[in-house]
Design a protein around this ligand. Structure first.
Ligand code: SF4
Ligand code: SF4
Length: 103
């Protein structure tokens, strides 16, 4: 499983469903769900689209350690990426999406 949908935070906007290249996310009772999580390849498109910070990406051992998760919070053009390790420590970096094609 590569993502976790935090259904208590989901507002049912459907943005994650639109961007998932594998059509893996479905809306059930106005809440996003991923019926076959084993098919997710962790492209992170859905977590970038979710303005409710309702999707977390599980990180491999090389990217934050086993049990680590990454979430994104959008603030206008700013994306705040937070990595929370299994021991609870967290680090956030902020990227301006308007700069993404500059380099
Ligand atoms: S990480 Fe990519 S493949 Fe996986 S559910 Fe999200 S959009 Fe789909
Ligand atoms: S983008 Fe986020 S809030 Fe919108 S349906 Fe998907 S998980 Fe729910």
């Amino acid at each position: 499983m590569s993502i976790e949908i935090r259904q208590n935070l989901c507002i049912g906007c459907g943005r994650c469903i639109t961007v998932c290249p594998g059509s893996l996310i479905k809306l059930k009772n106005k809440t996003a769900t991923i019926p076959k999580p084993e098919r997710c390849w962790g492209c992170a498109s859905c977590i970038k689209e979710c303005t409710a910070e309702a999707i977390a990406l599980f990180l491999g051992e090389d990217m934050g350690g086993l049990g680590g998760k990454m979430t994104v919070r959008r603030e206008n053009s700013l994306l705040h990426w937070t990595v929370t390790k299994a021991n609870g420590t967290a680090q956030t970096i902020t990227v301006n999406s308007l700069d993404s094609n500059k380099y």
